[in-house]
Design a protein around this ligand. Structure first.
Ligand SMILES: Cc1ncc(COP(=O)(O)O)c(C=O)c1O
Length: 441
């Protein structure tokens, strides 16, 4: 086999069999995994070697925001690979220099210094270090309904059940109840939710708390859009107690909600902001932690104790620069807002038509449907941290019909690329509509 041919020519079944035989799939018992073999992708679509096409309603893992196969980005990667594929993190490169400058331009408020990582978990890991070093405190608060990554520290920040198997992890992480308590109990008001947070801060001791990490709009744990005033209230409480507010925008950033960052919906400036996914639209692995100028200034004389061989990787930085240019050239934030309005209506239509829809939530092209057995009991169609025959059948229906999306517990997501057209959105919701009808409830 020639080097050029190392990844061509296998059938879908061969790819699946070998992948399962020699590689470990994440978050799964290996006998249960059933991967789709992917041979190529363009726009909102991907396909198998045999040509079965899927409409990508989850932007893969909520990350391919600009859509698949954008040739402008591919060319930028090729050019960077030809010029300088790598330089170590102690060097200065044009890709690193320009990306720092560009992110400072689009990040909220005076967040204008960035530390580059390979993904979201490492961004949060370094944010923990920064927060502890800057405040001299050790405790970290985060939500129960949250996901922050799977490395040692970020796994402990994670509030959802993916954390349990890794316990006991790093000490000092305290979880806080979210404003949302599940489909049956619903939402706290802004003042109730802030009172819960303030009580936790008091009980833990404000002077021991370095930071509060939160997804401004919670992602995999339910696309939870906080009530108005909540994020401003969090900002005020953090400021009052000298606690750093850390916005994890790994999933909610880069146009997903119709703004560069979700905090912009409420004009809140966090002290640290972590990002990944949409930063490169997953064309290369890259994450970052952004910090306000005053925090960065602390490291003028103090050493920052953190490092990675692939920090500020030139291929990743060049990719991000090209991807950011695509968001702007193609006005994708605008499209996310316009198509987000269409999607909101399509979600409302599903809710009006199907009694098993217990709730729909969306902001921009970040959407979710929660299913229930009936609207009187509002019992979730699958239990917390579990699945059910009905949810499995729905997932199977989507897959058979060529709709790819994330089905989790009693929910499924609608997070298409920001390039999606109204026609594609309607096509996807048509499959969802038939899928819900097929459950016969
Ligand atoms: C909000 C949030 N933070 C952090 C992460 C972890 O990012 P990564 O998987 O790139 O380490 C994720 C991944 O889904 C995420 O959704």
């Amino acid at each position: 086999m020639k080097v050029d041919d190392v990844t061509t020519g296998m059938t879908g079944q061969e790819i699946v069999d070998l992948s399962r035989r020699h590689t470990l799939y994440e978050w799964s018992a290996q006998s249960a995994v059933d991967p789709i073999p992917v041979a190529g992708a363009k726009g909102c679509w991907f396909w198998t070697p045999e040509g079965k096409r899927y409409l990508d309603f989850n932007s893969q893992l909520m990350c391919v925001n600009i859509g698949h196969g954008d040739e402008r980005v591919v060319r930028a990667i090729q050019r960077q690979a030809e010029t300088l594929p790598y330089a170590n993190p102690f060097m200065a490169t044009e890709a690193r220099a320009r990306l720092g400058q560009k992110l400072a331009e689009i990040a909220p408020g005076d967040i204008d210094v960035f530390f580059f990582t390979l993904g979201g978990a490492e961004a949060n890991e370094n944010a923990i270090k920064l927060a502890r070093q800057v405040t001299g405190r050790h405790k970290i608060l985060s939500f129960y309904r949250s996901y922050h990554g799977a490395t040692a520290g970020s796994m402990m920040l994670t509030g959802d059940p993916r954390r349990w198997a890794a316990e006991p992890g790093i000490p000092g992480v305290v979880h806080v109840l979210n404003p949302y308590h599940g489909i049956q109990r619903g939402w706290d008001s802004t003042s109730q939710a802030l009172a819960t947070l303030e009580e936790t801060i008091q009980l833990e001791g404000p002077s021991t708390i370095a930071a509060f990490f939160l997804e401004p709009i919670t992602g995999t744990n339910g696309v939870l859009v906080p009530p108005d005033g909540y994020l401003q209230g969090v900002r005020d409480l953090c400021t009052k107690h000298g606690i750093l507010m850390v916005a994890d925008e790994v999933m909610s950033g880069f146009g997903r909600t119709g703004e560069w960052f979700a905090v912009n919906h409420w004009n809140v400036v966090p002290d640290l902001l972590t990002m990944a996914k949409g930063l490169t639209s997953a064309y290369m692995p890259l994450g970052a932690v952004g910090m306000r100028r005053a925090i960065a200034d602390r490291f003028a004389d103090q050493v920052f104790f953190g490092g990675l061989t692939y920090n500020s990787h030139t291929l990743a930085c060049a990719t991000a620069l090209a991807v950011l240019q695509v968001y702007e050239e193609d006005e994708l934030l605008d499209n996310a807002r316009r198509m987000g309005a269409v999607m909101k209506q399509l979600l409302a239509d599903l809710e009006a038509k199907h009694p098993i829809v217990g709730a729909v939530r969306s902001i921009g092209l970040f959407g979710i449907v929660e299913l229930v057995t009936d609207r009187t009991s509002m019992e979730p169609l699958a239990p917390f941290n579990g699945t059910s025959d009905a949810m499995k059948r729905l997932g199977r229906f989507f897959r058979d019909e060529g709709l790819y999306t994330f089905v989790r517990w009693n929910t499924f997501f609608a997070n298409p690329p920001l390039t999606i057209t109204e026609e594609e959105l309607r096509l996807g919701f048509g499959i969802i509509d038939r899928g819900l009808a097929s459950l016969g409830r």
